[in-house]
Design a protein around this ligand. Structure first.
Ligand SMILES: *Cc1c(COP(=O)(O)O)cnc(C)c1O
Length: 219
Protein backbone atom coordinates (compact mmCIF):
# COMPACT_ATOMS: atom_id res chain seq x y z
CA UNK A 1 0.00 0.00 0.00
CA UNK A 2 1.17 3.51 -0.87
CA UNK A 3 1.24 5.99 1.96
CA UNK A 4 0.18 9.55 1.30
CA UNK A 5 2.53 12.50 1.79
CA UNK A 6 0.58 13.64 4.85
CA UNK A 7 0.79 10.18 6.42
CA UNK A 8 4.53 10.13 5.78
CA UNK A 9 4.96 13.50 7.46
CA UNK A 10 3.06 12.34 10.53
CA UNK A 11 5.02 9.08 10.62
CA UNK A 12 8.37 10.90 10.45
CA UNK A 13 7.37 13.46 13.09
CA UNK A 14 6.36 10.67 15.45
CA UNK A 15 9.58 8.75 14.81
CA UNK A 16 11.88 11.76 15.14
CA UNK A 17 10.32 13.26 18.24
CA UNK A 18 10.79 16.78 19.48
CA UNK A 19 14.56 17.01 19.44
CA UNK A 20 15.19 16.25 15.77
CA UNK A 21 14.07 18.68 13.07
CA UNK A 22 12.60 17.34 9.86
CA UNK A 23 13.46 19.17 6.66
CA UNK A 24 11.15 17.92 3.91
CA UNK A 25 13.28 18.01 0.75
CA UNK A 26 10.83 18.93 -1.98
CA UNK A 27 13.15 19.57 -4.93
CA UNK A 28 11.57 18.78 -8.31
CA UNK A 29 8.16 18.24 -6.66
CA UNK A 30 5.08 20.36 -7.56
CA UNK A 31 3.61 22.94 -5.17
CA UNK A 32 0.60 20.71 -4.64
CA UNK A 33 2.84 18.08 -2.98
CA UNK A 34 4.39 20.70 -0.71
CA UNK A 35 0.91 21.90 0.26
CA UNK A 36 -0.08 18.38 1.23
CA UNK A 37 2.91 18.27 3.59
CA UNK A 38 2.12 21.79 4.80
CA UNK A 39 -1.46 20.83 5.62
CA UNK A 40 -0.08 17.96 7.70
CA UNK A 41 1.83 20.54 9.75
CA UNK A 42 5.21 20.57 7.98
CA UNK A 43 6.88 24.00 7.85
CA UNK A 44 10.56 23.28 7.03
CA UNK A 45 11.16 22.61 3.35
CA UNK A 46 14.47 21.99 1.60
CA UNK A 47 15.39 22.76 -2.00
CA UNK A 48 18.65 22.50 -3.91
CA UNK A 49 18.15 25.13 -6.63
CA UNK A 50 17.79 28.81 -5.80
CA UNK A 51 15.45 29.60 -8.71
CA UNK A 52 13.08 26.74 -7.91
CA UNK A 53 13.06 27.61 -4.20
CA UNK A 54 12.36 31.27 -4.95
CA UNK A 55 9.45 30.41 -7.26
CA UNK A 56 7.98 28.11 -4.61
CA UNK A 57 8.50 30.64 -1.82
CA UNK A 58 6.55 33.24 -3.80
CA UNK A 59 3.65 30.89 -4.49
CA UNK A 60 3.34 29.15 -1.11
CA UNK A 61 2.40 30.26 2.43
CA UNK A 62 4.69 32.82 4.04
CA UNK A 63 5.22 30.89 7.27
CA UNK A 64 7.23 28.19 5.48
CA UNK A 65 10.89 28.09 6.50
CA UNK A 66 13.07 27.57 3.44
CA UNK A 67 16.27 25.54 3.64
CA UNK A 68 18.83 25.65 0.86
CA UNK A 69 20.37 22.18 1.13
CA UNK A 70 22.31 22.11 -2.16
CA UNK A 71 25.53 23.58 -3.45
CA UNK A 72 25.16 27.34 -3.85
CA UNK A 73 26.84 29.46 -6.49
CA UNK A 74 27.93 32.83 -5.16
CA UNK A 75 26.03 34.74 -7.86
CA UNK A 76 22.71 33.17 -6.81
CA UNK A 77 22.83 34.21 -3.14
CA UNK A 78 21.09 37.54 -3.76
CA UNK A 79 17.90 35.87 -4.95
CA UNK A 80 17.31 33.93 -1.72
CA UNK A 81 18.76 36.46 0.75
CA UNK A 82 15.37 38.14 1.40
CA UNK A 83 13.71 34.99 2.72
CA UNK A 84 15.98 31.93 3.16
CA UNK A 85 15.96 30.50 6.69
CA UNK A 86 19.01 28.21 6.71
CA UNK A 87 21.76 27.64 4.15
CA UNK A 88 23.14 24.13 4.78
CA UNK A 89 26.14 23.89 2.50
CA UNK A 90 28.56 26.77 3.05
CA UNK A 91 31.97 25.45 2.05
CA UNK A 92 34.17 28.51 1.61
CA UNK A 93 34.78 32.03 2.93
CA UNK A 94 33.98 33.69 -0.39
CA UNK A 95 30.46 32.27 -0.25
CA UNK A 96 29.97 33.20 3.41
CA UNK A 97 31.09 36.78 2.68
CA UNK A 98 28.57 37.06 -0.13
CA UNK A 99 25.80 35.71 2.12
CA UNK A 100 26.80 38.29 4.74
CA UNK A 101 26.74 41.11 2.21
CA UNK A 102 23.32 40.18 0.83
CA UNK A 103 21.92 39.61 4.33
CA UNK A 104 23.06 43.09 5.31
CA UNK A 105 21.37 44.58 2.24
CA UNK A 106 18.15 42.92 3.36
CA UNK A 107 18.63 43.95 6.97
CA UNK A 108 18.68 40.30 8.03
CA UNK A 109 20.88 37.79 9.78
CA UNK A 110 21.06 34.57 7.77
CA UNK A 111 21.63 31.23 9.49
CA UNK A 112 24.26 29.00 7.90
CA UNK A 113 25.77 25.56 8.34
CA UNK A 114 29.26 24.65 7.23
CA UNK A 115 29.47 21.61 4.98
CA UNK A 116 32.11 19.06 5.86
CA UNK A 117 33.22 16.49 3.35
CA UNK A 118 32.93 13.14 5.11
CA UNK A 119 32.24 10.95 2.07
CA UNK A 120 34.87 9.26 -0.02
CA UNK A 121 33.17 10.21 -3.26
CA UNK A 122 34.85 13.08 -5.08
CA UNK A 123 31.49 14.49 -6.10
CA UNK A 124 30.57 15.81 -2.66
CA UNK A 125 31.52 19.36 -1.72
CA UNK A 126 32.66 20.45 1.68
CA UNK A 127 35.63 21.29 3.85
CA UNK A 128 38.00 18.74 5.27
CA UNK A 129 38.21 18.68 9.09
CA UNK A 130 41.51 20.59 8.90
CA UNK A 131 39.99 23.23 6.62
CA UNK A 132 37.04 23.58 8.98
CA UNK A 133 39.29 24.17 11.99
CA UNK A 134 41.27 26.79 10.08
CA UNK A 135 38.07 28.39 8.79
CA UNK A 136 36.69 28.83 12.31
CA UNK A 137 39.92 30.50 13.42
CA UNK A 138 39.90 32.97 10.53
CA UNK A 139 39.82 36.53 11.88
CA UNK A 140 37.54 37.63 9.03
CA UNK A 141 34.68 35.64 10.63
CA UNK A 142 34.11 38.17 13.40
CA UNK A 143 33.53 40.90 10.79
CA UNK A 144 30.61 39.02 9.27
CA UNK A 145 27.84 40.39 11.48
CA UNK A 146 24.92 39.35 9.28
CA UNK A 147 25.54 35.61 9.22
CA UNK A 148 24.98 33.26 12.12
CA UNK A 149 26.93 30.00 12.03
CA UNK A 150 24.61 27.39 13.55
CA UNK A 151 26.43 24.13 12.99
CA UNK A 152 27.60 21.54 10.50
CA UNK A 153 26.15 19.54 7.63
CA UNK A 154 27.48 16.43 5.94
CA UNK A 155 26.53 13.75 3.45
CA UNK A 156 27.72 10.17 3.79
CA UNK A 157 28.88 8.11 0.84
CA UNK A 158 26.04 6.59 -1.18
CA UNK A 159 26.78 2.93 -0.43
CA UNK A 160 25.31 -0.31 0.93
CA UNK A 161 28.27 -0.58 3.28
CA UNK A 162 26.63 0.47 6.53
CA UNK A 163 29.87 0.29 8.48
CA UNK A 164 31.27 2.99 6.22
CA UNK A 165 28.22 5.22 6.76
CA UNK A 166 28.58 4.73 10.52
CA UNK A 167 32.25 5.76 10.31
CA UNK A 168 31.53 8.87 8.27
CA UNK A 169 28.72 10.13 10.52
CA UNK A 170 30.76 9.43 13.61
CA UNK A 171 33.62 11.53 12.22
CA UNK A 172 31.22 14.42 11.69
CA UNK A 173 29.71 14.09 15.16
CA UNK A 174 33.15 14.14 16.83
CA UNK A 175 34.11 17.17 14.82
CA UNK A 176 30.83 18.87 15.75
CA UNK A 177 31.42 18.20 19.45
CA UNK A 178 34.98 19.47 19.17
CA UNK A 179 34.28 22.75 17.39
CA UNK A 180 31.01 23.46 19.25
CA UNK A 181 33.05 24.27 22.32
CA UNK A 182 34.35 27.41 20.61
CA UNK A 183 31.12 28.27 18.79
CA UNK A 184 28.41 29.43 21.20
CA UNK A 185 25.64 29.51 18.56
CA UNK A 186 26.22 25.96 17.32
CA UNK A 187 23.13 23.85 17.92
CA UNK A 188 22.51 22.10 14.59
CA UNK A 189 24.00 18.93 13.15
CA UNK A 190 22.34 18.32 9.78
CA UNK A 191 22.98 14.74 8.70
CA UNK A 192 20.85 11.96 7.33
CA UNK A 193 18.70 11.53 4.21
CA UNK A 194 16.05 8.93 3.27
CA UNK A 195 18.54 6.10 2.92
CA UNK A 196 20.73 6.73 5.94
CA UNK A 197 18.85 8.87 8.47
CA UNK A 198 18.48 6.06 11.01
CA UNK A 199 22.25 5.69 11.14
CA UNK A 200 22.64 9.47 11.35
CA UNK A 201 20.29 9.57 14.35
CA UNK A 202 22.41 6.97 16.13
CA UNK A 203 25.30 9.40 15.76
CA UNK A 204 23.53 12.40 17.19
CA UNK A 205 22.01 14.12 14.19
CA UNK A 206 19.40 16.69 15.21
CA UNK A 207 18.27 17.68 11.70
CA UNK A 208 17.46 15.21 8.94
CA UNK A 209 16.82 16.08 5.29
CA UNK A 210 14.25 13.67 3.88
CA UNK A 211 13.08 13.79 0.26
CA UNK A 212 12.07 10.60 -1.51
CA UNK A 213 10.74 8.80 1.58
CA UNK A 214 8.16 11.58 1.94
CA UNK A 215 7.43 12.69 -1.61
CA UNK A 216 8.31 9.54 -3.58
CA UNK A 217 11.16 8.95 -6.01
CA UNK A 218 12.36 11.84 -8.17
CA UNK A 219 12.59 11.47 -11.95
C1 LIG B 1 18.10 15.60 -2.36
C2 LIG B 1 18.80 15.83 -1.08
C3 LIG B 1 18.35 15.26 0.12
C4 LIG B 1 17.17 14.30 0.19
O1 LIG B 1 17.50 13.09 -0.44
P1 LIG B 1 16.54 11.81 -0.32
O2 LIG B 1 17.48 10.67 -0.54
O3 LIG B 1 15.53 11.94 -1.40
O4 LIG B 1 15.95 11.80 1.04
C5 LIG B 1 19.03 15.54 1.28
N1 LIG B 1 20.10 16.37 1.29
C6 LIG B 1 20.56 16.93 0.17
C7 LIG B 1 21.75 17.82 0.26
C8 LIG B 1 19.94 16.68 -1.04
O5 LIG B 1 20.42 17.27 -2.16
Amino acid sequence: MEFSISEKIKEFKAELGENVDLVAVSKTKPNQDLMEAYDAGQRNFGENKVQEMTDKSEALPKDIQWHMVGHVQTNKVKYMAPYVNLIHAVHKMKLLKEINKRAEENDRIINCLLQVKIAEEDSKYGMSPEELRAFLKDEKLSELKNVNLKGLMGMATFTDDEAQIHREFSVLKSLYDEVSQEMPDFDTLSMGMSGDYKIALEHGSNMVRIGSSIFGARK
